[in-house]
Design a protein around this ligand. Structure first.
Ligand code: ADP
Ligand code: MG
Length: 245
């Protein structure tokens, strides 16, 4: 039994030119924990997610995944990056590949999993997200909600230690939001470690262990969902909540 958090950010700073987009970020995510990251547009939420799998570099500070500092580059980076799954607002599926091919691509190329095994596992994952019967279709033949569920299955296929979700339902028609959130709630129940950028407060209340509120590149407030939504401590959080609730 180890209490070392799975993801640790210590004194992380990042600039985009003059903009100090991440300011002394300290954040730990424990195994099995679901952290919801919320805050106004432009506060640095996406950048924070992207630094955790080095889609963005940082200026100073350290990021550790499962006890391993994120290396700057090379094979170690590729391996650690595959420990961190990403699900984006815009699905980012390969349009010219079938659903099944989208899900097996990472295991085949990065993990060198044998094809038969990769396909068997992909079908299990597609079943888990409720779309096994769509495996041989192309992304454009699916609804947005179905495409995002493929993206989740694709992330799971790499057996990540943690999955970052960056506004996974923001691009969806309203009637498709719930089917994606339901999949995410089930993942949370199954013990997946998740960092979720979302303004879906119902999800936060159902699934989050902790809400982290960011504004202007800083973590302003961290609390349980009940405490955060019920009695936010800072004016910035109160102001933000008054606009979205
Ligand atoms: P959020 O996800 O909270 O809306 P972002 O992390 O996307 O915020 O962006 C934070 C700030 O950094 C914004 O002001 C944005 O314009 C800026 N930014 C994001 N990406 C880049 C980039 N690649 N180059 C320059 N500025 C960027
Ligand atoms: Mg964003």
């Amino acid at each position: 039994m180890t209490a070392t958090p799975l993801v640790v950010l210590e004194n992380v700073n990042k600039h985009f030119g003059e903009l100090h987009v991440l300011q002394d970020i300290n954040l730990s995510v424990h195994r099995g924990e679901v952290v919801v990251l919320i805050g106004p547009s432009g506060s640095g939420k996406s950048t924070l997610c992207r630094t955790i799998n080095r889609l963005e570099t940082i200026d100073t500070g350290t990021i550790t995944i499962d006890g391993q500092p994120l290396p700057a580059e090379g094979r170690g980076l590729a391996r650690l990056r595959s420990d961190v799954g990403m699900v984006f607002q815009s699905f980012n599926l390969f349009a010219h590949k079938t659903v099944l091919q989208n899900v097996t691509l990472g295991p085949l190329k990065v993990r060198k999993t044998p094809k038969e095994q990769a396909e068997k596992r992909a079908l299990e994952l597609l079943d888990r997200v409720g779309i096994a019967n769509q495996a041989h279709k192309y992304p454009a033949q699916l609804s947005g909600g179905q495409q995002q569920r493929v993206a989740i299955a694709r992330a799971l296929a790499m057996d990540p230690k943690v999955i970052m979700f960056d506004e996974p339902t923001s691009a969806l028609d309203p009637e498709m939001v719930q089917e994606v959130l339901d999949v995410m709630v089930n993942l949370a129940k199954d013990g997946m470690t998740m960092v979720v950028v979302t303004h879906e407060m119902g999800f936060a209340r159902r699934a989050a262990n902790r809400v982290v509120f960011m504004a202007n590149g800083q973590i302003v407030e961290e609390n349980t969902p009940d405490e955060f939504f019920g009695s936010p401590r800072t004016d910035r959080a109160k102001d933000f909540l008054s606009k979205i609730l």
